[in-house]
Design a protein around this ligand. Structure first.
Ligand code: BG6
Length: 446
């Protein structure tokens, strides 16, 4: 039995992502109980209706009976995030578990990532003896606003939990195609000999969205694309793409290799504002809660380099933007041309080989080859060897289902550790310092 105590239980994250994912896990046979906690006063019936609507909103085909069964395992406590209400939560838990063992406690903070709020919750859990060596806590980005604020959050958590009990989620790492990167790279020895500066000319990682900032103006004005998308999702994709083979598939080994990447990651050539591009979509100023003079970036691109013998000299671009032409997350690896090819004497330019991984929405990989040899003209044409994963149900589990599964089973592989967050902020803080004096000048409207 897993007992999930979900703080922020009436919020958007819980409704849009967590309840549908919990329901799927329940359907897959996980024994779980969810106790929601939030400020909103709701009786048990209203809470269950909220979950019911959240599930039916996303899963039109969910059978009413199955949803009802799941709802029997959900209950709610409302209160301020203070010791007294957490004492109330504990009483509720004790009553619930009088007849059925609680199992391990898993706390999930689907609340704003404010360090005072986290301190109050964690303090309340401590005072009420809810923290033991078996429990664990999960939380989601933003992990702070910069290096120092991220450190503050980490310090609050570290007072009560060991690093092995803290699950910091970047939901991009829970996407099937991202996890499959590990398999592609390390289960297929053909890639390793060419995965370096000798053979790779450049790497591009792009996360484009068609949506704008929706109703998140308040948050977004403090954040911008660099903090919202690059510091976490894009840099994590970069780390998975470029890291050395870990010693094992254990979380600690994966973290260790990602940390090595973050330690050596820098702007291309070491510095330079020319490696940074920022933009803002037309109409951003009209969004709710946005300052009409705002210089917040809604798109950004950084040209980076990993200063190791394996990668030195290879530009790695990470980019992300809202209100772009299409929604797509791609990793493109462009291979170098050979110095000499058999087609040079015909003045026939061969296409460069490239390896393209579409994380979403197509979920495919494409290898660009020169092929279709015409024996009369002796010509070749670029052709994409494409492999799609669309029918693979395992890979297409919802990222939150994957993440909650791993959290319940205490596997930290796809979660982030404190060190990698600190190192990625170090780079991003330096980028933001470089931008500050020239923001107005370099911000391009698109
Ligand atoms: C979130 C960002 O972390 O990721 C959002 O805060 C962004 O701004 C979202 O829209 C994108 O996630 P996905 O899974 O829809 O690509």
């Amino acid at each position: 039995m897993h007992t999930l105590i979900l703080f922020g239980a009436s919020g958007d994250l819980a409704k849009e992502k967590l309840y549908p994912a919990l329901f799927d896990l329940f359907q897959a046979g996980e024994k779980l109980r969810c106790i929601g906690f939030a400020r909103t006063p709701l009786d048990e019936k209203a809470f269950r209706t909220l979950i019911h609507n959240a599930i039916r909103g996303q899963k039109k085909n969910a059978a009413a009976d199955d949803v009802e069964k799941f709802l029997k395992h959900c209950s709610y406590v409302s209160g301020a995030y203070d010791q007294a209400s957490i004492a109330h939560l504990k009483k509720h838990l004790t009553q619930l578990t009088a007849t059925e063992h609680a199992g391990r406690l898993s706390f999930y903070l689907a609340t704003p990532m404010d360090h005072t709020l986290i301190r109050n919750i964690v303090g309340g859990l401590m005072k009420n003896d809810l923290i033991d060596s078996e429990c664990a806590i999960a939380l989601e980005k933003p992990f702070g606003f910069d290096g120092p604020s991220a450190q503050k959050i980490n310090r609050v958590l570290a007072r009560s939990f060991n690093e092995e009990q803290i699950y910091r989620l970047d939901h991009y790492l829970a996407k099937g195609m991202v996890q499959d990167l590990l398999a592609l790279r390390f289960a297929n020895p053909i890639f390793e000999p060419v995965w370096n500066a000798r053979h790779i000319e450049r790497i591009d990682i792009a996360i484009n969205e068609t949506a704008g900032i929706r109703k998140r103006g308040q948050y977004y004005e403090q954040s911008g694309a660099i903090r919202d998308m690059l510091q976490n999702h894009a840099l994590q994709l970069l780390a998975f793409t470029a890291m050395d083979q870990p010693e094992s598939l254990q979380a600690a080994s994966i973290h260790q290799e990602k940390i090595q990447v973050f330690r050596r990651l820098r702007l291309f050539g070491g510095q330079g504002i020319e490696n940074i591009r920022i933009g803002q979509y037309r109409g951003y100023h009209e969004e709710a809660f946005v300052d009409p003079q705002s210089l917040t970036e809604t798109s950004a691109a950084l040209c980076l380099e990993i200063d190791t013998p394996r990668w030195r000299g290879v530009p790695i671009t990470v980019a992300s933007g809202k209100k772009m032409g299409s929604r797509s997350t791609d990793i493109t690896i462009l291979f170098r041309k050979k110095e000499y090819s058999l087609w040079d004497e015909m003045n026939h330019q061969l296409a460069q080989n490239s390896f393209h991984i579409n994380i979403q929405p197509d979920n495919d990989i494409r290898l660009r080859l020169n092929s279709e040899f015409d024996s009369q003209k002796k010509s070749v044409h670029p052709t994409d060897l494409r492999f799609g994963f669309l029918d693979n149900a395992r890979l297409f589990k919802d990222p939150y289902e994957n993440a909650l599964h791993d959290f319940f089973h205490r596997d930290q592989g796809i979660f982030l550790n404190a060190k990698e967050i600190a190192l990625s902020w170090k780079l991003i803080d330096s980028v933001l310092r470089l931008i500050a004096p020239v923001r107005e000048k370099i911000l391009q409207i698109y």
